[in-house]
Each structure stands twice: as structure tokens, then as C-alpha cells.
Design a protein around this ligand. Structure first.
Ligand code: SF4
Ligand code: SF4
Length: 285
């Protein structure tokens, strides 16, 4: 029997110049992961959206207005120095959220969570959601829930899992066929649903995969800010709030400078230092 012992580091690249804001990723994510919804979803603060598409503009008036749509799943932070100390994992008193060293995926274990919501406070990306109610499905819809994902109960926190159940299914199939899992066998629901092909998902440890070839993550810490590891060597690629050292595995890409600049809250004069120093020589700190 072949045992899959290779350590993966799953990550995502979202091309913001391709995203049209259609919301297919949000819908497919909800359907795939049995994410509950309310009859009235107008109170957005209570909505559960593992994948949420935000609208950003360049703040200019017509005819110079530009709009971009930014899908935001859990960023699957690897934590300071890439050691697996994701902000949410570090604060959870119940080990209800954990870092998978073999996948790089940050998991959520619902039956351990007791709803203190420390993780929600710790997450810089608002990627976690609390279940204020037990899920209620329109009549008959229970028959169409995904059998691979357990629905969550009132009182626990949930978030994007990079469709971990799809990884398990692909791994089980490969195991039964006595082979290693193939790169494209495991893809998240949002990746496969995006009609614009804006999302690329794969193993950042695999130099042959498209995601790694575009992102070109630098394995060395950034000079001047050793908390940051895995910074992209592609000047068009950035991560959200990168200097915090959360070392997210969701990367974004845009040709437009104002979009890349929107990835952090730069003070006056900071951006010029950062934008000219991508990759190994960066002084991002
Ligand atoms: S809400 Fe749940 S997952 Fe979050 S910190 Fe508390 S116990 Fe852990
Ligand atoms: S984005 Fe938030 S929920 Fe996801 S790993 Fe990072 S801190 Fe945790």
C-alpha cells in the first residue's frame, strides 16, 4: 500500500482583475458546506458567509471610477514565521481550531467549540462566524444537504475549511487505488464554480503547480520583518495585511496599483517603500 506522507501546503491565488463579482463562489461554498441562511438576509452582520465578496473602489468620481470585487475566504494563516501559530488557533482555549502541519489548513472542530468567540476577535480578516441559531432549511431542502459536511449547531463558530472533505475524499480514492493523490483531484468548490477562472488552488509546496509558479513564494523571512515568510516574488501579487506576519496562504493578484495598495492600511510614504521592493529584496516592515 502507498501511504501519502508528503506534507502539502494548500493555498489559493485570486486574480482580482478576472473576478466579476458574480458571487458564484459564495453560492457554491454555501451549497457545498451546508452553510445555513436566514429567511431575511438583510442583516448582514448575522449572515454566515465562509466566502464573502467585497466591493472596493478607487474612490475617484466618474469617469475615473474603478471597481474591483474581492472574494475573501479564511486566509488559512500559517502564523508568525510560518510556524502554524495562526491568530485564531493561538487563542482558542478548547483546541477547537487547529493548524494542519500536513496540509497547512486551519480546521474547525465544532464539537469542541463552546462559543467563547475569542477566535473571532483574533482573526484580522473577519473570516469567522458565530451560529446564533440552529440552522433551519426550507422544507425539503434537508434532502439536498451535502452528506460529507456536518451541519453546525447554535453556539459554535464556523469558517471556510478549504473544502477539507474534498481532500479527504480525493485522498481515500487515491489510497484505494494504491497511488498518490493527483494535484487537480482536490479543488475547493469556489475554485471549480468560478466562471471567470479567477481562483487557482493548489499545493504551494509543489513547484510544478500553477499556483506556485505564479505566486513564487519566498521561503526566506523578509529582511526587516522576520515575521513575514512566503511573500510573493511576483510584483503583481500581494497578501492582505501582510506585515502582521499572519502569513496567509490566500494570495491576491492585480495589475492595478491601487488594488494592491488596498491590501493594507499604509501610512503616508509607506507604500512607496513597499511597492518598489517586492520579493527577496523587500524592506516590507
Ligand atoms: S469560539 Fe470556539 S473555536 Fe473560537 S476560540 Fe472559542 S472555543 Fe475556540
Ligand atoms: S483568516 Fe482568520 S480564521 Fe482564517 S486562519 Fe487566519 S485568523 Fe484564523
Amino acid at each position: 500500500m502507498i501511504h501519502n506522507t508528503k506534507a502539502h501546503k494548500f493555498g489559493m491565488l485570486i486574480d482580482l482583475d478576472k473576478c466579476t463579482g458574480c458571487g458564484s463562489c459564495m453560492v457554491s461554498c454555501m451549497a457545498e458546506n451546508n452553510v445555513p441562511f436566514k429567511e431575511d438576509e438583510s442583516r448582514k452582520k448575522d449572515s454566515i458567509t465562509w466566502m464573502r465578496v467585497y466591493k472596493l473602489t478607487n474612490g475617484k468620481s466618474f469617469p475615473d471610477t474603478e471597481v474591483v470585487y474581492m472574494p475573501r475566504p479564511c486566509q488559512h494563516c500559517s502564523g508568525i514565521g510560518d510556524h502554524g501559530h495562526s491568530p485564531c488557533v493561538s487563542v482558542c482555549p478548547a483546541t477547537a481550531t487547529d493548524y494542519g502541519y500536513d496540509t497547512g489548513i486551519v480546521s474547525q472542530i465544532y464539537t469542541r467549540c463552546f462559543g467563547c468567540r475569542y477566535c473571532m476577535g483574533a482573526c484580522p480578516y473577519h473570516a469567522r462566524y458565530f451560529n446564533w441559531w440552529d440552522p433551519k432549511w426550507p422544507e425539503g431542502m434537508e434532502n439536498y444537504l451535502s452528506p460529507n459536511v456536518s451541519p453546525r449547531m447554535r453556539g459554535v463558530v464556523e469558517k471556510c475549511s478549504f473544502c477539507y472533505h474534498r481532500y479527504q475524499l480525493a485522498k481515500d480514492k487515491a489510497y484505494a487505488e494504491e497511488r498518490e493523490i493527483e494535484e487537480m483531484e482536490y479543488q475547493t468548490a469556489c475554485t471549480t464554480a468560478c466562471p471567470a477562472g479567477a481562483i487557482t488552488f493548489g499545493d504551494l509546496n509543489n513547484p510544478a503547480h500553477k499556483v506556485t509558479q505564479i505566486v513564487k513564494p519566498d521561503p526566506h523571512p523578509v529582511p526587516g520583518n522576520p515575521k513575514v515568510v512566503g511573500k510573493s516574488r511576483n510584483p503583481k501579487v500581494f497578501r492582505l495585511l501582510e506585515r502582521l506576519g499572519t502569513n496567509t496562504k490566500v494570495y491576491y493578484m492585480s495589475e492595478r496599483e491601487w488594488v494592491r495598495k488596498a491590501g493594507d492600511n499604509y501610512l503616508d510614504g509607506e507604500w512607496d517603500k513597499v511597492k518598489n521592493h517586492h520579493g527577496a529584496e523587500t524592506s516590507h516592515g
